[in-house]
Write a protein that binds this ligand. Structure first.
Ligand code: NAD
Length: 361
């Protein structure tokens, strides 16, 4: 089985353009159990990123799929060696409870559906990984956390940046403060999407909206960079394409005020390209630009220090960290409570923009 899987990985890995050399000792410790992961939703992120990344992990393997699109099944089964008994539809998720090949159910559907399927997943007794943003509302986040507690399963939110080494350096600096107290920071993430496809991302009910989809990276960065929770939030939303963005935001600007006095200015847009985290402190500055791209995160500080630790694959790192937390029964790096803190603020950002006033949290 091990040999077959290694051959399979070599083939698919090369086909996907990954260099497999750094992973040559992938299965060195055959006694180490690899957790079986079942992906729920076979859209872009599962297909192009998570499934290939699972072939690079040490502690997980892709063993199951949940899909509402039957035509996708044969290709996934062939490509990833998934037996019929590990293929489910959205209506049969409860049956995963009896499948010993599956240890973790990973929710990768539109944000507005995260709560429904994450709760169903928890009720199977399997551990739950849920993509960012955690859900549409704080109440939904609470319900997911409760379901996981009730079923005694672990819950991790897919904030891949918190597993990334240069980001970890910045997170440590929130405590060690090598440049003194933070005065202000800018966190900006955007893509110039010329012709946004009609998708759930433009549908408010399904959890669409740029603040939810991209803005959470800037918001999460403001929180992990300061290590604080904001006390006030004010926001503005605008669009240059009102015929397309009829119910969701194209661009959101927000300002957060933290207890220390630090101020964060966040921007997110699908009308403009921007990818920078810049932190201005009492005795210097540091920046990551880009701070959230799959392809790499890099930056520098005012003392000349470069933030350029390489990482082989962000998602593989994230899933291995989350799998190890399960295997070793340790706290996960990004628990549900962390996802919920962002969603509470996201809701306040939308409220502030709508009412045109500062919201106290
Ligand atoms: P996508 O539109 O490409 O895929 C969504 C999948 O959900 C599709 O397979 C679709 O068939 C399925 N689905 C099930 N019920 C649906 C319904 N009622 N309406 C529409 N689709 C339905 O989206 P995606 O880009 O793969 O995003 C999925 C999740 O992954 C989102 O939560 C998103 O925020 C997250 N994501 C995270 C990252 C990251 O870097 N962590 C990157 C991209 C996406």
């Amino acid at each position: 089985m091990t040999l077959k899987r290694r051959d399979f990985i070599r083939t698919t890995g090369l086909a996907m353009g990954y260099s497999l050399l750094p992973y040559s000792n992938l299965f060195a410790n055959t006694n180490q159990k690899q957790l079986g992961v079942c992906l729920v939703g076979l859209g872009n992120y599962s297909t192009s990123i998570l499934a290939p990344a699972l072939q690079l992990t040490k502690h997980c393997k892709l063993t199951g799929i949940v899909t509402g699109s039957p035509w996708k099944i044969p290709k996934w089964q062939r490509r990833y060696d998934i037996p019929d008994k590990n293929v489910y539809s959205y209506d049969t998720i409860d049956r995963i409870a009896n499948n010993p090949d599956i240890d973790v159910i990973y929710i990768v559907v539109p944000t507005g559906l995260h709560a429904t399927y994450a709760i169903e997943a928890a009720n199977t007794g399997k551990h739950v990984w849920c993509e960012k943003p955690m859900a549409k509302t704080e109440a939904e986040c609470k319900a997911i956390i409760e379901a996981c507690k009730k079923n005694k399963v672990k819950l991790s939110i897919g904030y891949r940046m918190q597993h990334e080494p240069n980001t970890r350096t910045i997170i440590d600096w929130a405590t060690t403060k090598p440049f003194g107290a933070i005065k202000t920071l800018r966190a900006e993430i955007g893509y110039n999407v010329g012709n946004p496809a009609r998708s759930w991302r433009l549908n408010s009910k399904l959890g669409g909206g740029t603040m939810y989809d991209l803005g959470v990276y800037a918001l999460n960065a403001a929180r992990y960079t300061t290590g604080e929770e904001p006390i006030t939030v004010s926001a503005k939303q605008m669009t240059t394409r009102p015929k397309i963005f009829t119910e969701t935001d194209e661009t959101t600007h927000f300002t957060l005020e933290f207890p220390s006095g630090a101020i964060a200015h966040g921007k997110t847009s699908v009308g403009k390209s921007m990818h920078e985290l810049y932190v201005d402190c009492e005795k210097g500055w540091y920046t990551l630009a880009p701070f959230s791209m799959y392809g790499g995160v890099q930056g520098k500080a005012s003392n000349g220090k470069l933030l350029n630790i390489p990482i082989k694959n962000q998602q593989a790192q994230q899933m291995d960290d989350d799998a190890l937390a399960i295997i070793q029964n340790k706290p996960v790096m990004v628990p549900g409570e962390e996802g919920m803190k962002d969603i509470k603020i996201v809701e306040a950002i939308y409220k502030s923009a709508k009412l045109n006033k500062t919201i106290t949290l």
